[in-house]
Design a protein around this ligand. Structure first.
Ligand code: CA2
Length: 143
């Protein structure tokens, strides 16, 4: 069974609490339920992890890779725009990653329009809400 890790970055544990016009009203737990349901259909094993700390996310990219993960879905949130460390961590695994953003980062503030980590990914899905994660899982399941 293919193993995929889903990593979420800073403040995504606050989903559903504020800014529903941008991120919707559902929570990170709701996202997990949605993705788990799709994983079941696809016959894929999924692991979820969220942290507000850049170094912890780097460590978890390494740990998931070392323990047999075959691909990543990443939403490093604000670190997507700044983190060479997370870019390099993904690259260091040699594994396929798809970056997901709930909102459309190209249509938001200038500082969100560039992703530092997308260059280490085989694809990016932005602005599709939670279904973006489901689509990313489908794509990785086919690789
Ligand atoms: O659209 C996305 O998925 C983002 O990665 C979300 C990040 C943001 O920094 C990126 O530019 C785009 C923000 C994470 C969640 O922030 C919240 C803010 C208020 C209430 C709940 C979550």
């Amino acid at each position: 069974m293919k193993k995929i890790a889903i990593l979420n970055g800073p403040n995504l544990n606050r989903l559903g609490k504020r800014e529903p016009e941008i991120y919707g009203t559902a929570t990170l737990k709701d996202l997990e339920k949605l993705v788990r349901a799709e994983a079941k259909k696809l016959g894929v094993k999924v692991k979820f992890f969220q942290s507000n700390h850049e170094g912890v996310l780097v460590d978890m990219v390494h740990a998931f890779a070392d323990f047999g993960t075959e691909g990543f879905i990443v939403n490093f949130a604000a670190y997507s725009h700044t983190s060479i460390a997370l870019h390099d961590a993904l690259k260091s695994t040699g594994l396929p990653a798809i970056e997901v953003h709930i909102s459309d980062i190209k249509k938001r503030e200038k500082f969100r329009r560039h992703s530092m980590t997308a260059g280490a990914c085989v694809g990016m899905i932005s602005g599709q809400g939670f279904p973006g994660y489901v689509e990313a899982l489908r794509r990785l399941a086919k690789l």
